[in-house]
Design a protein. Structure first.
Length: 63
């Protein structure tokens, strides 16, 4: 998964309907091992985290 052309992590499907985010960049460690309902929800969370660190707010729907 990428945010602003930076690889931030990967999303792995767990046996059920959940997806786990594995951080690849220190900035995204707060999301590491967090479960999401979909890859899109993980992407929204990563975008929101990046936006918050840049000083802008962006809402996201994550599990």
């Amino acid at each position: 998964m990428e945010v602003d052309e930076t690889t931030v992590g990967i999303v792995i499907r767990d046996g059920g309907n959940d997806y786990t985010f594995i951080a690849a960049a220190a900035e995204f460690y707060p999301l590491d091992q967090r479960r999401f309902a979909s890859p899109a929800a993980a992407q929204r969370a990563a975008l929101a985290l990046a936006s918050n660190r840049r000083g802008t707010l962006r809402s996201f729907a994550a599990r």
